[in-house]
Write a protein that binds this ligand. Sequence first.
Ligand code: SF4
Length: 308
Amino acid sequence: MDDARRRGYLDALGVTIWERRAPLAAVADQIEIAPVAPEPISPPLPSPPEPVQTKLERLPLPSREGAGGRGAERLPPIEIEPDPMPFDRFDESGCSPALLDAWDAIAHLPPASDRPGNAIERMDWETLEATVTGCRACGLCATRTRTVFGVGRRDADLMIIGEAPGADEDREGEPFVGRAGQLLTRMLAAIGFSREQVYIANVLKCRPPGNRDPHADEVLHCEGYLLRQVALVQPRVILAAGRIAAQQLLKTDVTVGRLRGRWFSFGPSAIPLRVTYHPAYLLRSPDQKAKAWEDLTRIRRRLDGADA
Ligand code: SF4
């Protein structure tokens, strides 16, 4: 049946004829799409924020060869917190102004010929020792057995200063004897000194009863003898052994544990001074011997010119 006859037949039957649609592709080809202009975005978007660098990210990184390798960039210096130690009573060189005042007072005393009594600052060794032997300037003269002047080489490079005589020293008239003295002798030997090669003295020349701490007036009366001994020996280095010696020499109340580990300047000659534990304390606290050894090696190195 041809198409015209089929249409007529269906139309007679009342059947609606639907036209077949053209393929989509063919329809699409006939559609013209007008270009559409983009609509402006209002308001405009803000620009992206700058990346924030932390202080650490701003530091230049070392090269792969390591901080010390060739071509490595140098890291900026690190600022170290100042030593929190209360050294307000010391000047920058580590010298105690109070001690300088004491030296100054002695240095400005009128000449011996102009004032009564003995002028300690002008005494020679023999006069000084005889003066100490007969001294009754403080109350300790009443309880002492013997005065303890000092022993050793009178032009020694190293001078060791302790606090005051104990029972053994009071009996024998010599500083650092007994078990503590034997330990000091071994400590000195460890850094190459015999006892005879150093000079040893105490802040006080007479024993305080019961080994109590010296009183301020006793130190005041006696320290002139020690200062004269230092001036006569002119050591290159002073070792202050123990709390009393360190605190009296440096005119401070800072503990030995905080005074040790650094150099101080002593007196107008700025003699290098180092603090360590007293041998008697080391006998009671042997775990502290390593620190004392460290102090002694620093002294040895200083005397050898290898430690500033
Ligand atoms: S302690 Fe010193 S000031 Fe006191 S009596 Fe002995 S030597 Fe003299």
